[in-house]
Every structure is written in C-alpha cells, then in structure tokens.
Design a protein around this ligand. Structure first.
Ligand code: GN1
Ligand code: MG
Length: 351
C-alpha cells in the first residue's frame, strides 16, 4: 500500500497537513492496521485500519455495533466515575462523510484515537492474567444490560458445529489437492474423534440450558492494552462483539495467554498449557462476572479452555484445505503449522 494512498485516506478523517508518517502496526490476521504519526510528536496520534470486507461483509452493521458498544461502555464508566475514560474505551473518528468509516473503491477504512503509553503483549504473567480475567469479565458485565440489539456480524462465528460443517465442505471440495497428504488425513480423523464432546455447548443451547450473552469473541491476549505498570487500560479489536457463549471470551484468552509457545510455533515442544495462567485468569474472570454468571457457565469453563484451541485448529485447518483464503499467511504451509500448534495446545489443555 503506497504511503501517498494512505495519506489520502487518512485525510477523510484528520488534517493531512499535520501527518508526518503512516506506519504498519500490530499483527492481526484479518485487518491491516497502521499508526498515524503527527508532526512534532513521537507517539502515534491515530490508528488507521483497512477493514477486511471479505470477512466483515456488512461494514455498516460492523461500525454500528462498535458505536453502540463503545457508547454504552463510556456511559457506564461515567456512572462509575472512572476518570481517564478516553484511555479506557476506543473512540472512532467521524469521516467527512459523517460516518465512522469511508469507502474508497471497494475498500473500507476507519480511524480511531491511539491510546498513548499503552502496551500489548503476546505472553503474560499470572498477575497480568488475573487482571485480564477481571477486565474481560467486567467487559461482559458492562454489556449485560445493553438494550439496543447487536447484530451477529459473522453468523455462527464461534459455533463449533458450523465450523465442523465448513471443514466437511472443504474436505469434499479439496480445492487445492491438499487432501492427499497423510498428515492432513490424520488431522481429519483426530478432529472427528473429539467432535461430539466439543459440540456440548451447542447441544446445551438447543436444550435451553445455556444462554448467549454479548461477548467480545476475540479475546486474544494481544487484544488488550496495558499501561506501563501492567494494569489493563482498554479492550481493543471490537469487530466481533456479538451474542455468544461466555466460553468464547474465557477460552480464547487462554488459547493465547496460557500457551507457552506461539500460536503458530513450528516447534511443538514449546507448546504447553500453563495452569498458573489458567488459575489466575479464572480467579479474575469469576470476580468480574459474579453479577451474572450461571452455575452451568461456571462449571463448563474447563471445557471452554479446550474448545478454543480445538475450534482454532479446525478453522486454521479448514483454511489450509481451502488454499488459504481467509487468514493472512506468511509462507505456504503456515496454516498447517498453525493447525499443528493449536492441536498440540488442545491436547495439552486437556491434561
Ligand atoms: C483473527 O483479527 P485477529 O487477528 O485479532 C480471527 C479470530 C482468531 C484469530 C487467530 C474475525 O483475529 O477469530 O481467533 O485471528 N478473527 C476473525 O489468531 O476471524
Ligand atoms: Mg480481530
């Protein structure tokens, strides 16, 4: 993406004459993110993001959801007397179109304020995990009394039965001939062996025993900003906020934070499930959610910790069989390497 093009897009939101540079930021697998530097300042002032509209096909709904969520959280923080609200909840800028996004050709862009002196991590200590548990729990608690409806931005996003059906379709199509690999066949077999157990949540939902709540649905550890002292400042990446089981937020945090290796670690010996992180996160999460969490939700949190590495393995594996059409990859086998790593984590999380 040329810098000149980025400057032109940013000019819809901010005074381009003040911009000194626009540079890549973060490691999201879906959207492309940049930091906007302003003349005379060393920290970025804004974040520019290219919205992947192959994944988020209804950008109007996406931004509408995010505005409802951020406005609601802001209001609740005001009621609580929180003092630094602008650092605790994302704020999206209005473009010259009056909306919080612009469409350029077939591409969509948005800009939010950069939160200064904030840090992200791919790995955390138990103390940070406890704080993260409280914060993600509180995030759900804050949204528990939301009356405006939030659209299901990606239908069936964390529905494992749906993800397994997508895998079956990928296998039947075999778009790029990857099914002939014995390793691929082996993963199919192992995934199927656990399918029934992993679909427990969906069965309980159909039986009316398990509720859906407004969840974040992408609680990777690096979707949380910390201040310099290690306190949670702000939860970011609100694209997937939607009705889901609380398992989404509990499980996806541990999938990233309790993994002693990387999400795509090529060395499986690095990958273990850190029980200390689990215990600390659980403690914080139970505190953050005590106002609403049902016994059935609480009892199934260990299941959630297994479900998410499993579901992510299924999703990376499906994308591999489909020929890498969904996740950004850095090399041809990347989605297979990710599958191996998430599968190892799934096995470790069940020990
Ligand atoms: C994607 O956007 P990002 O990188 O935070 C994905 C998540 C996956 C994650 C795996 C919309 O998240 O569901 O868990 O990659 N987001 C979407 O790293 O599919
Ligand atoms: Mg995301």
């Amino acid at each position: 993406m040329s810098n000149q093009r980025l400057f032109c897009i940013a000019a819809h939101f901010v005074d381009a004459a003040n911009i000194s540079d626009i540079l890549p930021l973060g490691k999201g697998l879906i959207n492309d993110t940049y930091k906007i530097m302003v003349k005379g300042e060393t920290q970025p002032r804004y974040v520019l993001q290219h919205i992947n509209n192959k994944v988020f096909t209804d950008v109007e709904m996406l931004q509408h959801n995010i505005e409802i969520v951020t406005n609601h959280i802001r209001k609740k923080y005001e009621e609580r007397g929180v003092h630094d609200i602008s650092r605790r909840v994302l704020h999206f800028l209005k473009a010259d179109t009056g909306k919080t996004y612009v469409k350029e050709g077939e591409e969509y862009w948005r800009v939010m304020d950069f939160i200064a002196d904030s840090y992200t991590y791919d790995a955390v200590t138990p103390a940070y995990a406890y704080d993260a548990g409280r914060s993600f729990g509180d995030f759900e608690a804050l949204l528990a009394d939301l009356t405006e409806p939030i659209g299901e931005i990606i239908p069936d996003f964390h529905n494992i039965e749906f993800r397994l059906r997508q895998l079956d379709e990928a296998i039947a199509t075999d778009a790029v001939g990857r099914m002939k690999d014995p390793e691929v066949q082996g993963f199919v077999k192992r995934i199927k062996e656990h399918a029934e157990d992993m679909c427990l949540g969906e069965r309980l939902y159909r039986e009316g025993k398990l509720p859906k709540r407004i969840c974040h649905c992408d609680t990777k550890v690096n979707n949380m900003l910390f201040d310099k002292d290690g306190n949670v400042l702000c939860i970011i990446d609100l694209d997937t906020v939607m009705p889901s089981f609380v398992f989404s937020d509990f499980g996806d945090f541990l999938r990233s934070a309790a993994n002693t290796g990387a999400e795509d670690d090529p060395d499986l010996d690095h990958i273990h499930f850190n029980k200390e992180i689990y215990d600390a996160f659980l403690k914080g999460y139970l505190e953050g959610t005590q106002s609403f969490l049902l016994p059935i939700e609480r009892e199934l949190l260990p299941y959630a910790a297994q479900l998410f590495p499993y579901m992510q393995a299924v999703r990376f594996f499906t994308d591999y069989i489909n020929g890498d059409t969904y996740y950004k990859i850095q090399y041809p086998e990347h989605n297979l390497v990710r599958t191996r790593a998430q599968w190892k984590l799934f096995e470790e999380s069940g020990k």
